[in-house]
Ligand binder design. Structure first.
Ligand SMILES: *Cc1c(COP(=O)(O)O)cnc(C)c1O
Length: 364
């Protein structure tokens, strides 16, 4: 605590990102980065964008990138919002659509709902903006019971597939939640950071037209191998997108830079390249999952680019530590019902073979 911090800053509880060791020999399976390089077309566009035009501000409307997204997902550019990573898009969406406690006369504000086991940035945003929230319990197998979200509230947000479990909620259940809340003008945000790794198709982008209160949030950090570029986007009705623009333009007119816009547009246009890398990751995920189950590990069925794993004997903390000592970085959330699990990102086949070897050698 510093005496210079105001009461808001004193009350924050910031998100703690996974470790990013600079120049290390670790096999890095802790932040769900993609093991494959970005599309060559994207890298080329990034290099071409690095020229004297950098003296100019980027396009505040992010037109080229939004048009690429619109074409790929068959929506209008006016239904697309771009931000500095989907974390920023999510923070803007919380600010734009969820009611806050701050303000003159205290009144009861219906809470925003998200699952008790989910992306740990949501409670951080809620705290930052002063948004009341409640967290329905996911089932013991970590699946979401969508009927828990069919209740009057200030809005709903969840990732699909969920993080850090990898569990997918069927599209029909997502749409049922959106339909229920449309009547009460509450916004439903579906964080589709990992939807590209799900089969059959999980994203609800193609159903946006029927659900004016539904916002699908995507990132180029995971399936598009561009975590270092910081680019995310949301697709929703024009009125939702306009709300996001109002918040952004009250904060920073240019959160997405020229390099990111050029690289992002090229990446979105190179669907063929990413279909292939995504296919490889899914095959590796399913192979590793089966091998672990065979050895007696508990593995949650995953529709994402990571596995949620419980060792047959060791605590999550001990499993994490032993892997770390074996040179493999994973993620452990030391809280409640998930304390015995670790989250392991799907790396290259060679990385995952090293992981399986460590599991066989060090752990029994
Ligand atoms: C990784 C992740 C994001 C954030 O992605 P960025 O675009 O890199 O900010 C958002 N939501 C979930 C659930 C994630 O796992």
């Amino acid at each position: 605590m510093s005496r210079f911090w105001n009461s808001r800053t004193r009350g924050l509880s910031p998100y703690v990102p996974g470790e990013q060791p600079q120049q290390s020999a670790y096999i890095k399976l802790n932040t769900n980065e993609n093991p494959y390089p970005p599309s060559p077309a994207a890298l080329d566009a990034i290099k071409r964008a690095a020229d004297e035009r950098l003296r100019l501000y980027p396009d505040p409307a992010c037109r080229e990138f939004r048009e690429a997204v619109a074409e790929r997902w068959r929506v209008k550019p006016e239904q697309v919002f771009a931000g500095n990573g989907s974390d920023e898009v999510l923070a803007f969406a919380f600010a734009a659509f969820f009611e806050t406690e701050a303000g003159a006369a205290p009144r009861r504000i219906p809470p925003v709902l998200f699952p008790d086991i989910t992306y740990s940035f949501y409670p951080v945003y809620a705290r930052l903006w002063g948004i009341p929230c409640e967290c329905p319990r996911v089932r013991d197998d970590f699946s979401i019971d969508h009927t828990d979200f069919l209740t009057p509230c200030g809005g709903v947000v969840f990732p699909n597939p969920n993080a850090p479990t990898g569990a997918a909620l069927p599209r029909e259940h997502v749409l049922a939640i959106a339909r229920y809340h449309a009547e009460q003008n509450a916004v439903v945000i579906v964080d589709e950071a990992y939807a590209a790794f799900a089969a059959p198709r999980l994203s609800v982008i193609d159903r946006i037209a029927e659900h004016p209160n539904l916002l699908a949030v995507h990132t180029l950090s995971k399936s598009a191998s561009l975590a270092g570029l910081r680019l995310g986007f949301a697709v929703g009705s024009e009125e939702l997108i306009e709300g996001l623009c109002r918040v952004r333009d009250s904060f920073n007119s240019y959160p997405v830079d020229r390099i990111a816009l050029a690289g992002g547009a090229a990446a979105v246009r190179d669907a063929a390249y990413y279909e292939e890398t995504t296919r490889k990751i899914i095959a590796t995920r399913d192979r590793v999952s089966a091998a672990l189950v065979e050895k007696g590990y508990t593995v949650t069925p995953s529709s994402a680019n990571f596995l949620f794993i419980r060792h047959p004997a060791l605590s999550g903390a001990e499993f994490f530590t032993r892997l770390r000592e074996a040179g493999i970085l994973t993620r452990h959330f030391n809280t409640g019902r998930i304390a015995d699990f670790i989250r392991v990102s799907i790396g290259s086949d060679a990385d995952m073979d090293a992981f399986l070897t460590a599991c066989a050698k060090e752990m029994v």
